[in-house]
Design a protein around this ligand. Structure first.
Ligand code: HEC
Ligand code: HEC
Ligand code: HEC
Ligand code: HEC
Length: 606
């Protein structure tokens, strides 16, 4: 049943992808070119989607959403160096798979890089930082995820990673301990102007973040130099003034500060200039907004490339070149959905001609093959699998914080106070046979099985609170789902996922107070949703025109309140196209009461 629905959606995916790309193309015009070669900033829409020769039989995508990749790049030569630019992943390891299509994820990023290597391109990865989630319910899970992301970047050949706001908010030192402290290994953390602060005293970077062993590198360095193909690349990291001020104002990490970005940059530029490896291409990881990055570009033309924070989720199609510079200032968007690929082609005078491709990580980049084949082929998949195993082994499910459900709070105000608990859908079946049957036939009733059996890459999603919270009963609330051993009756999206903890009603079915708790969306003048016929009729009308259909205000409020219930789980990420009018008829279970009403006592087992 689950499979069928899944498959029928597949057909829509390609079409939608195409549409989305066209939209992106139409909305964002490339900046006027300042660089030497006029051909390198061709708008994608101007490119005839001609057939590109597929790279040596490698089954990697050459087009995404119907658009060709690298179409405006020179065909007669290979780039001398290729930078994979990413950042602000915010803890998004993989798309959840709740709806389709979704873009992004580390697995697909690895496939993209693999396909570039297969072209014989010399590739290196550089990440802005903000690997950590913006918010997390469990600090431990955030740390494991940070480490998993760093491991994945290492597998993908990343050289350097910056430090961003999300790391500062989540105990940078603990995050570092999770990965970098283990041994001196790529990718290296860069933030030249980071210092420690203790009792108002500034502690220099090398002292506050000392080398873990006798290694030369401090835990957080200023620069890193490496050979990529035949090109020596110098990468530096600096945290801008805006982030410094935010950190101070919000007290994210008062033991850390980022003074004097400008002095740090002067130092870096001097160090790179006299570096024995003589870097030819200098890249700056700049943790600051694009307006500040533009100023850095103007003051320090020694950096040919600056990777900075993104102003929006959807990144520009091309880098910008701030007035008076030839610097490529790159933004890559949020949540790891896009990756910037910047190719440097050496010119006779030793400078570079740049070509850029923003790549949305669409389903075309999913690793082909069975699970076993995919794991062998894509080195990120075993890293993700290990993460999932760590989450399970640490039994994080049991450590999630729980708050009282609103109805649990109200019930404590009753006289005498009642402690409401979750009883499970089976307990409702006794008196609500018809509603139960309806529910049993619907997707909600096997939401956990979906995590166990159909969610892959990684597996074990039924042990991850970040998935379980919407696929079970009351996970975020007191006495809600914990795990299969403790609360087997609360698997799946059950009656109480919507109706709230039902122990009071089960014990006293006619008690009006408990009845009110079960349906808190009810309005005095609108006790019930419009019938399915009306909902279906609305579903057929484009959303923008629905306002023309007159509905009594109370009825509209009721619909909105039920919708607010649904979108606690059917949110903009899990189900971006959720529509109450289309959805409710599929789960509707109104009007199924037996003649004479529901039994007030559970019928005796036959
Ligand atoms: C012992 C029998 C019994 C059990 C068990 C039971 N119910 Fe009921 N339920 C009733 C009866 C009787 C009514 C009608 C009460 C009335 O209208 O006075 C009712 C009404 C309801 C209503 C309609 C409330 C309203 O007026 O809007 C909902 C919703 C409901 N039950 C949900 C549940 C859920 C969820 C469970 C399991 C947690 C459950 N019931 C378990 C007997 C039961
Ligand atoms: C506790 C979280 C949660 C709540 C609340 C919730 N859902 Fe769902 N819903 C899910 C999950 C999880 C699935 C996917 C189940 C699966 O396929 O395994 C789902 C699937 C569905 C589906 C089937 C998929 C589709 O689009 O055809 C419909 C319809 C649906 N929900 C409607 C609703 C409606 C209407 C509401 C509000 C009245 C609602 N849901 C409230 C979690 C929730
Ligand atoms: C915010 C709530 C929410 C979270 C968190 C969530 N899901 Fe879902 N999931 C849903 C809803 C709602 C649906 C049904 C969406 C639909 O059918 O349009 C769903 C459906 C699914 C499906 C079935 C898709 C299909 O086509 O049948 C899978 C698989 C899934 N989720 C996996 C996951 C995984 C893995 C995670 C954790 C990484 C996760 N979910 C986290 C709400 C959530
Ligand atoms: C996805 C959310 C959701 C789930 C899951 C759910 N319900 Fe409901 N239920 C509702 C909403 C919303 C209404 C109000 C419908 C209306 O006003 O027409 C409702 C109404 C009812 C009613 C009143 C029906 C009537 O004719 O007035 C009963 C009884 C009921 N639910 C029982 C159950 C039982 C038993 C289960 C589990 C087997 C269940 N519900 C699962 C959302 C849900």
């Amino acid at each position: 049943m689950i499979r069928t629905r899944h498959d029928s959606r597949l057909k829509l995916v390609g079409l939608f992808g195409l549409f989305a790309t066209f939209l992106a193309t139409a909305c964002i015009s490339p900046p006027a070119t300042k660089s030497s070669a006029p051909s390198d900033v061709q708008p994608v829409s101007a490119v005839v989607p001609a057939a590109e020769p597929s790279p040596s039989g490698h089954p990697a995508p050459t087009r995404v959403g119907g658009m060709p990749l690298f179409a405006a790049w020179p065909k007669d030569r290979k780039p001398d160096v290729v930078l994979i630019l990413s950042g602000q992943t915010f803890g998004y390891l993989q798309p959840c798979g709740c709806s389709r299509p979704q873009i992004g994820g580390l697995e697909r990023r690895a496939m993209l890089i693999d396909s570039l290597k297969a072209k014989g391109w010399p590739v290196v990865g550089i990440d802005l930082g903000d690997l950590h989630a913006e918010k997390t319910m469990l600090a431990r899970q955030g740390q494991l995820k940070y480490a998993a992301t760093m491991h994945a970047l290492r597998e993908m050949g990343y050289l350097a990673v910056g430090i961003g706001a999300t790391e500062l908010k989540h105990d940078l030192y603990k995050l570092i301990a999770e990965y970098t402290l283990q041994k001196e290994q790529r990718p290296f953390l860069l933030a030249a102007n980071i210092v420690g602060v203790a009792d108002g005293r500034v502690i220099p970077r090398h002292e506050y973040f000392p080398s873990p062993s006798s290694a030369e590198r401090a835990l957080i360095e200023a620069i890193e130099v490496d050979k990529v193909g035949d090109v020596t690349v110098g990468v530096a990291g600096v945290v801008g003034k805006a982030l410094q001020e935010e950190n101070r104002k919000n007290k994210w990490d008062i033991s850390i500060d980022f003074p004097n970005a400008k002095a740090a940059l002067e130092n870096i530029v001097a160090t790179l200039a006299k570096h024995p490896a003589k870097p030819q291409l200098n890249v700056l990881i700049f943790q600051g907004p694009s307006t500040d990055a533009a100023k850095v570009a103007q003051d320090f033309p020694q950096f040919q490339v600056i990777l900075c924070q993104s102003d929006t989720d959807l990144p520009p199609l091309q880098p910008s070149q701030p007035t008076g510079t030839t610097t490529q200032v790159v933004q890559v968007g949020h949540r790891g959905q896009h990756v910037g690929v910047l190719g440097g082609f050496k010119k006779a005078d030793g400078t570079f001609e740049f070509h850029y491709q923003l790549v949305p990580l669409t389903e075309e980049f999913i690793t082909p093959g069975t699970e076993e084949e995919a794991k062998k082929r894509n080195p990120v998949l075993p890293v993700l699998e290990e993460y999932a195993q760590q989450v399970k082994a640490a039994n994080l499910l049991s450590q999630y914080p729980r708050v009282p459900h609103p109805e649990q709070i109200k019930a404590l105000d009753l006289n005498p106070p009642v402690k409401l608990t979750y009883v499970g859908s089976a307990a409702c079946q006794a008196c609500h046979e018809a509603e139960y049957k309806k529910w049993k036939e619907h997707h909600h009733s096997h939401a956990m099985e979906t995590l166990e059996r159909y969610a892959k890459r990684p597996s074990l999603r039924n042990f991850d609170g970040e998935c379980v919270q919407c696929h079970s009963v009351g996970f975020r609330y007191r006495d809600g789902y914990v795990d299969d051993k403790t609360t087997p009756h609360l698997r799946d999206v059950g009656c109480e996922s919507c109706h709230g903890p039902g122990s009071g009603h089960v014990a006293a079915p006619k008690n009006p107070q408990f009845l009110a708790f079960l349906s808190p969306w009810k309005q005095p003048d609108a006790p019930k949703l419009p019938d399915v016929e009306f909902m279906n009729k609305m579903a057929d009308i484009p959303a923008a025109e629905r306002g023309k259909i007159a509905l009594p205000p109370a009825q509209q409020i009721l619909i909105n309140r039920v919708q607010n219930l649904c979108i606690q789980c059917h949110d903009h990420e899990a189900d971006p196209h959720f529509d109450i009018y289309k959805s409710w008829p599929k789960v509707n279970h109104s009007g199924l009461a037996p003649a004479g009403g529901w039994p007030t006592e559970a019928p005796k087992a036959k």
